[in-house]
Write a protein that binds this ligand. Structure first.
Ligand code: GLA
Ligand code: ZN
Length: 675
């Protein structure tokens, strides 16, 4: 059984990416002094240091890293040591220009940034294995070492390469997957547009084509690219495990960022010893704390419900969005503790000391350009103390209420060209469904469509265009056995090869939903539809309508106007001991909430009625205790009724509480509930 928590770390993790190679060693002394002042427990080191560690091929310079690790150890700071394989040195590219990745349009990237890697390149793989081996030999037994940090954010900035090496590698991958060219032809439907292949040599990566490419080929290429990244991770992981047993191995995920959807984290979650995640607030006008909660829930879910670790977020603004607002006072602590509430064993940042040079000098850090007489530093020190007070939550698990299905392969398929409507955005639906659950104070587990769902009273399926037959059967069994299911439109349509399930839509979900869909009729940009239902109430949809034919389901809401006027809009199917809802249009937030209220009633999950929607309440529990986290994102003070016996101890302030917990505007309270 591999070690799954950072070795020798007995507090919550608090610290950040530490890149001291950007500074003279005299600054390191100040760094460790400030780390002690802030209560830093772990830092991530060496992620981008390959060029310094191996300045020429086969010549290593470990002196500076020896001194750094010793210094950190002397100061009680644990080390998450990077394998620096995300940026090979310039000499490597001079020797192996073929290891630079090529885009689908045939452009070969240059060195001079980061992450310019063809992960099929034998030369890259050998060099990465080489430096990883050297590091494992040298530092595997170092007393500061707590965790290995392999590479950095696999899949960004380059998720797939289209070079000739990759073409050859893709053909081998196809042969392993399908066994013959005939089977590839069948899976990809190459009878269409005369795309038939006579031999593997004729198959290329899906490079730029004059018009829509073969969708099944594109989908398989995403799977191949993901599998290629995973091969690389496994190679490094196995070297580290072999040479440094007892040190857990991770690589930092970016689970919920829509910009990074190229990795199937359900698979990766099983490959790492500890799931770690990077999360940054996306400032697109929506409620950032909801997106954060979703990312944290998804990360916990890919960790199988086990504790995980937030390895990067920001103390304040980032530098890579169009507008990079500073965090508001108190927001950094709320962000950090929201991750902890949802299962993180600490809160780490990019980065410790703000850079003076390079592309990220305007990205916030724990030690900002302005030094320690700053709001950021004062809040960092306060957060360190807060996390220290919460050490006892380590090892407990976040308690989920409901589940939402999530599948990267379905995202990939939905992103392919030539769909009924470009305005339909599966991710937007997932965000919206998540938001209605968040507003009801329901903690969401994400689940793979083929996983066991029996623990959840309610399962939501925002948009699962690609639904395998096995997933369809799984959802049917879930409902028959008493579950409540809510499915949004354009789900259950194709199989794993992007081939339409035989028969009427939605092929994989017809039976569980008790209906068929004859035709879709997506709406134009400014079109809205009204749907009417119980008691004459009326709701609003846009983007999508369709012609639903109930075949066992009852019509609860109907289209009052639009292309499907008079026909069912929202249906409910009682099947076995459970219920399956179907929503055939894109409801606005208030309308979706009305439907979810009914579904939550069917499922018997009331949430926390009466609590303002921006007061987040999450529980963690384990043999050692039961904890209630209350985070007030609103500008008003709030009162949160305590669960259980209604009494406990507030850990951040150390005071006993009973009955109602007062959470001031913008503040966080964490209560250990009594017995
Ligand atoms: C990513 C990277 C870091 C840094 C941050 C900036 O998460 O892993 O190296 O670039 O983004 O937000
Ligand atoms: Zn390549």
């Amino acid at each position: 059984m591999p070690q799954t928590t950072p070795k020798g770390l007995h507090r919550l993790a608090f610290g950040g990416d530490y890149n001291p190679e950007q500074w003279p060693e005299s600054v390191w002394q100040e760094d460790v002094r400030l780390m002690r002042e802030a209560g830093v427990t772990m830092v991530s080191v060496g992620i981008f240091s390959w060029a310094l560690l191996e300045p020429e091929r086969g010549r290593y310079d470990f002196g500076w890293l020896d001194r750094l690790l010793d210094l950190l150890h002397e100061n009680g700071v644990r080390v998450d040591l990077g394998t620096p394989t995300v940026v090979p040195p310039a000499w490597f590219y001079r020797l192996h220009p073929e290891a630079l990745p090529v885009t689908a349009e045939g452009v070969r990237y240059s060195h001079g940034s980061r992450g310019a890697i063809c992960h099929s390149s034998p030369a890259y793989r050998a060099a990465a294995a080489g430096i990883t081996t050297e590091l494992a030999r040298r530092y595997g037994g170092h007393p500061a070492l707590a965790l290995w940090h392999v590479h950095n954010e696999y899949g960004v900035p380059v998720s797939a390469c289209y070079c000739d090496n990759c073409a050859a590698h893709f053909r081998r991958w196809l042969d392993r997957r399908y066994g013959s060219v005939e089977a590839v032809n069948e899976a990809w439907g190459t009878a269409f547009w005369g795309q038939r292949y006579g031999s593997y040599e004729e198959i290329d990566p899906p490079r730029a084509t004059p018009t829509a490419g073969n969708p099944a080929q594109r989908l398989d290429y995403r799977r191949f690219a993901d599998a290629t990244l995973l091969e690389n991770f496994r190679t490094e992981r196995d070297i580290l495990r072999g040479l440094a047993p007892g040190i857990p191995v991770t690589t930092n995920f970016m689970t919920a960022l829509s910009q990074c959807d190229s990795v199937d984290y359900w698979t990766w979650g099983r490959e790492v010893d500890l799931v770690t995640n990077d999360h940054y607030l996306i400032t697109d006008g929506r409620r950032t704390h909801v997106n954060l909660a979703m990312a944290a829930d998804l990360t916990r879910s890919v960790a199988g419900g086990a504790p995980w670790l937030l390895l990067e977020h920001s103390t304040s603004g980032v530098n890579w969005q169009a507008r990079n607002p500073a965090k508001r006072p108190g927001e950094m602590a709320r962000n950090s503790l929201a991750h902890v509430a949802r299962g993180s064993e600490g809160a780490m940042f990019f980065q410790w000391r703000q850079s003076q040079r390079g592309a990220e000098k305007f990205h916030s850090a724990m030690v900002p350009h302005g030094g320690t007489d700053t709001r950021i530093w004062r809040e960092v020190v306060a957060l360190g103390a807060g996390l220290d007070a919460l050490a006892e939550v380590r090892g407990t698990r976040t308690v989920p209420d409901v589940a939402m299905l999530w599948d990267w392969h379905s995202w990939w398929a939905q992103g392919l060209e030539w769909r009924p409507s470009e305005a339909h955005d599966a991710r937007e639906r997932a965000d919206s469904f998540y938001e209605t659950l968040y507003d009801r104070h329901l903690t969401v587990d994400f689940a793979h469509p083929e996983s066991d769902l029996s623990a959840y009273p309610l399962v939501v399926v925002p948009a699962l265009y690609l639904t395998t037959e096995a997933a369809g059967a799984n959802l049917r069994a879930y409902v028959e056995n008493g579950g409540t299911l809510v499915v949004s439109y354009f789900s259950g349509i194709v199989d794993e090869h992007d081939a339409v399930h035989p028969g009427a839509y939605p092929g994989a979900l017809r039976e569980v939903l008790g209906l068929t869909v004859e035709e879709w009729s997506p709406l134009l940009d400014d079109q809205r539809v009204r749907i009417t239902g119980p008691g004459g109430a009326s709701l609003t949809g846009d983007v999508w309508t369709e012609f639903v034919v109930p075949r066992g389901a009852e019509t609860v809401w109907s289209y009052a106007d639009g292309p499907a006027a008079g026909r069912p809009a929202v249906t409910r199917h009682r099947l076995g001991r459970g219920t399956a809802w179907y929503v055939s249009t894109r409801l606005d937030a208030a309308s979706l909430d009305a439907i979810m209220a009914a579904a939550c009633e069917d499922a018997g999950v009331p949430g926390r009625p009466g609590l303002p929607r921006d007061v987040e309440v999450v529980r963690r529990a384990g043999p050692g205790g039961h904890y209630l986290f209350a985070l007030n994102h609103s500008p008003e003070d709030a009162a949160v009724p305590l669960d259980g016996t209604g009494t406990g101890t507030e850990l951040l302030g150390g005071a006993p509480v009973s009955g109602e917990l007062t959470v001031p505007a913008g503040a966080v309270r964490v209560v250990r509930l009594d017995g």
